[in-house]
Design a protein around this ligand. Structure first.
Ligand code: PEP
Ligand code: MG
Length: 568
């Protein structure tokens, strides 16, 4: 049995599917041209049929414009000129087909990359992708592809990129186990929003498991059991049924308000990564959206930053899907571990401390303005709250707000409809901002505390680092004091304060956060009903006393004990 971190609850029993990209070692060899031409012909045919198959499966979950990438790849794989150049290389030099393909592709990639036209530069990536597939087919290597899954599996990988998690088909992807990652890594966050069980930070999982092994993924206790016995399968099947029954019972709370036993109301809202996640928030009784991570729109875009129309359509879809309930959309938070295919970030020693989020947007106001225009146009379709991530100073907030005000004024002058009640808030995820919250609250309409980053920066512990993950301590009194300062700062100025970091959905933290006066809790959709059950059964006045005691504790362990005793 392997131990990891239960990042998204649930149980799965299925075959292992390892997601490991093959490595190619292509050497030049003397070869007989006819034989190589025959190999090349077969490999091109397989490459075309692979791409067609992937496209067919993907067409069930992706939109028309997202499928365009497969058409570009098919065009490349069917391009007689590309193929002719490889054939000429084989016949002229009597070399092996994979070497010929590699040299033609290297030459074409550098030619496309040096072009002025943005679109043509983007084609270099297509050539690379298609050639990689062709070379794998020539050398008998298999490229795993999540879009082509056609039986239930547990995916095993070193880590999953946001685009991997984006192409997961829930019908067959029953869960995943990764070597890397923690509760707040992006693959974990995506697993929760997709409601797929996940165990992350599971050391040895890639070495110990082989394709086709049967495995139990116990993403309640963070365990992976290889080749389970019949008794173990029976035990975990029962556990999965109990878990499903508990989830079903919680459905009774779906249309209820979130209100403590003594009448104190709060909002429980959902974190989403794309418009498709709105359905999950509604199905789980969410009272709004507390965080739309818009960076996924940018990461999914293939060749360039998404344009205003694409963004407008996505934001409008979310606002309409929430039907007048509040929707908090965060402006672009890129950088750190979140990269873009089409943009080169500066090399930095510590990217998490460098050009990230609002810092990037203030340096590239053209990109920022496009997003703000799209957001403002969408604001006519619901109750929109916009927030800026990674604000460290009052100056940064004012500068970002100034750009917002300018774009709003321009749109109004153009006669474009914008919402009357748009709120502009500030994420509190840097300790400096938490300490100065009472000042920041004079300018922001609301706060949302991003504890994933607030904890990483307060503890000086990289959220991606497994060895220092013990410092991810939401219940440490130091963190609770920063949370308290932020909430008090907001309330002193008549503003509301939410939380959208993972701590907001932490069952043990909920009573303390209620007692500290948090107004809005934003979490993965699947955590909402459980949180409602907890809050609807405790008293606000009691939790206020509990919170007072908690901030006066020495350690996270003491706080945890205190809460357990108080809500037992
Ligand atoms: C956070 O830092 O808590 C947060 C919500 O933002 P992200 O996890 O996307 O950095
Ligand atoms: Mg953050």
């Amino acid at each position: 049995m392997l131990k990891g971190i239960a990042a998204s609850q649930g149980i799965a029993i299925a075959k292992v599917y390892k997601l490991v990209s093959p490595t190619l070692d292509i050497q030049k060899k003397d070869a007989v041209a006819e034989e190589e031409l025959a190999k090349l012909d077969a490999a091109f045919k397989k490459t075309v049929s692979d791409i067609e198959k992937i496209k067919e499966v993907a067409s069930k979950s992706l939109k028309e414009e997202e499928l365009a990438i497969f058409d570009a790849h098919l065009m490349m794989a069917n391009d007689p000129e590309f193929r002719g150049m490889i054939e000429a290389e084989i016949t002229n030099n009597n070399v092996n087909a994979e070497y010929a393909a590699d040299s033609v592709s290297t030459m074409m990639v550098s030619m496309f990359e040096s072009m002025d036209d943005e679109y043509m530069r983007g084609r270099a990536a297509d050539i690379r992708d298609v050639t990689f597939r062709l070379e794998c087919n020539l050398t008998g290597k298999v490229i795993p592809n999540l879009a082509t899954l056609d039986e239930p599996v547990v995916i095993v990988a070193k880590d999953l990129t946001p685009s991997d998690t984006g192409s997961l088909n829930k019908e067959f992807a029953k869960g995943f186990a990764t070597e890397l990652g923690g509760r707040t890594s992006h693959s974990a966050i995506m697993a929760r929003s997709l409601e797929i069980p996940a165990v992350v930070g599971c050391k040895g999982v890639l070495d110990e498991l082989n394709n086709g092994d049967t495995v139990v993924l116990d993403a309640i206790n963070g365990e992976v059991i290889l080749n389970p016995s019949e008794e173990e399968v029976a035990k975990y099947t029962k556990m999965a049924e109990d878990y499903a029954a508990e989830k079903a019972a919680l459905q009774a709370l779906k249309d209820q308000k979130t209100v403590s036993t003594d009448g104190h109301k709060v909002l429980l809202v959902g974190n989403i990564g794309s418009p498709a996640d709105v359905a999950g928030v509604n199905e789980n009784g969410g009272e709004g959206v507390g965080l739309f991570r818009t960076e996924f729109l940018y990461m999914k875009s293939e060749n360039d930053f998404p344009n205003e129309e694409t963004q407008f359509a996505a934001y409008k879809e979310v606002l309409e899907g929430m039907n007048g309930k509040p929707v908090v959309i965060r402006t672009l938070d890129i950088g750190g571990d979140k990269k873009l295919n089409y943009y080169q970030f500066p090399e930095e020693m510590n990217p998490f401390l460098g050009v990230r989020a609002v810092r990037f947007c203030l340096m590239r106001k053209d990109i920022f303005r496009t997003q703000l225009r799209a957001l403002l146009r969408a604001s006519a379709y619901g109750h929109l709250c916009i927030m800026f991530p990674m604000i460290a100073t009052v100056g940064e907030f004012k500068e970002a707000k100034q750009v917002y005000d300018e774009e709003r004024a321009k749109l109004i002058a153009e006669g474009v409809a914008v919402g009357e009640d748009v709120e502009v808030g500030c994420m509190i995820e840097i300790p400096a901002a938490a300490v100065l919250a009472d000042q920041l609250a004079k300018y922001a309409d609301f706060f949302s505390i991003g504890t994933n980053d607030l904890i990483q920066y307060s503890m000086a512990a990289d959220r991606m680092s497994e060895p220092v993950s013990y410092l991810y301590q939401p219940m440490n009194p130091s963190i609770l004091r920063l949370v308290k300062m932020t909430i008090d700062g907001a309330h002193k100025n008549g503003k509301w304060c939410g939380m959208c970091g993972e701590m907001a959905g932490d069952e043990l933290a909920a009573p303390v956060l209620l007692g500290l006066g948090l107004d809005e809790f934003s979490m993965s959709a699947t955590s909402i009903l459980k949180a409602r059950k907890i809050i609807n059964n405790i008293s606000y006045e009691d939790m206020k006393k509990l919170a007072e005691e908690a901030v006066a504790c020495d350690t996270a362990e003491e706080v945890t004990e205190l809460v357990k005793k108080a809500v037992a």
